[in-house]
Design a protein around this ligand. Structure first.
Ligand code: SF4
Length: 284
């Protein structure tokens, strides 16, 4: 936690949060406690293929965008997938091989379209890759790692890569708390205008974009501040009274429990949904 002066001149606490921490709190309080508070951390579920695939694609693009446009190429992008490939979480070798080939195609198509010197839809100048952001935003310190930051005509654009089943649309982008928090943090850290946020979905080759304004960013900020205040208050209460863990952090059983990586510690979640296979959630 950090401190700043509040309106009454007394020190006010700044709660340090990442988008994933806020999302976990909003989804399920028990999962939040098991993930972020209980120490030693309870054992998690095993690797999931969708996470492996996402990490490989992110890392391959990270490498390609680290080169100047003249040195990028679709073949180089496919080779980066091969270099980073892992079979963890896939059903078997055959399934892993299918997705490895798909990932090679997704990444090379993407680079051809957005990243090479004569790309038809140029990304702009890359000013951040997996860039760690940390900045005071209202009553929180917003933190997280942005997949890519592009400079387009003097404005910074926040880019997030997606590799899952769902093809995002404009509403998904506008509603995404992480992207809005990154836009707010970028303004503070880089001192540059930042309104546009984008989700780049590799399997479908689509880009969904939204332009925030001061009102939409203020709404995201208010929601993040409210969640951060709630999680900080609950953590303080747990520290004061460890026996109240179940009351302070109740489970929220539902379909999400199928893929929850702490379900082995949660009887209500196990009763709510059978476990997903480790390869569930892969883009078709
Ligand atoms: S299994 Fe469901 S209810 Fe249990 S911690 Fe996970 S998300 Fe929450």
């Amino acid at each position: 936690m950090s401190m700043q002066l509040g309106l009454d001149g007394m020190p006010a606490r700044l709660v340090r949060v990442t988008p994933s921490r806020l999302a976990t709190w909003e989804d399920c309080r028990r999962r939040y406690r098991l993930t972020y508070l209980d120490r030693p951390a309870p054992p998690r579920g095993g690797p999931r293929a969708a996470s492996t695939l996402g990490a490989v694609v992110h890392n391959a693009l990270h490498a390609v965008f680290g080169e100047p446009p003249a040195r990028r190429s679709p073949a180089r992008a496919a080779a980066e997938v091969d270099r980073r490939w892992s079979d963890e979480g896939f059903r078997d070798d055959a399934q892993a091989a299918v997705y490895r080939e798909r990932a090679r195609g997704w990444v090379s198509d993407y680079v051809e379209r957005h990243a090479v010197a004569d790309a038809p839809e140029p990304a702009g100048e890359t000013v951040g890759r997996e860039r760690w952001l940390s900045a005071p935003v209202g009553t929180i310190v917003a933190e997280g790692r942005a997949d890519r930051l592009d400079d387009r005509d003097g404005e910074i654009v926040v880019v997030d890569y997606k590799t899952g089943r769902r093809v995002p649309d404009r509403d998904d982008v506008a509603r995404a708390p992480a992207l809005a928090l990154y836009a707010l943090a970028v303004r503070r850290v880089l001192r540059r205008p930042c309104r546009r946020v984008e989700l780049h979905h590799l399997p479908s080759g689509t880009v969904a974009a939204a332009d925030h304004d001061e009102d939409t960013l203020a709404a995201h900020r208010a929601r993040a501040e409210a969640s951060a205040a709630g999680l900080a208050e609950a953590a303080d209460a747990l520290e004061a009274a460890p026996g109240r863990a179940e009351a302070l952090f109740p489970p929220a059983p539902g379909p999400r429990c199928a893929a929850c990586d702490v379900r082995r510690h949660c009887p209500e979640g196990r009763a709510a949904a059978p476990p997903d296979a480790a390869w569930a959630g892969l883009a078709p």
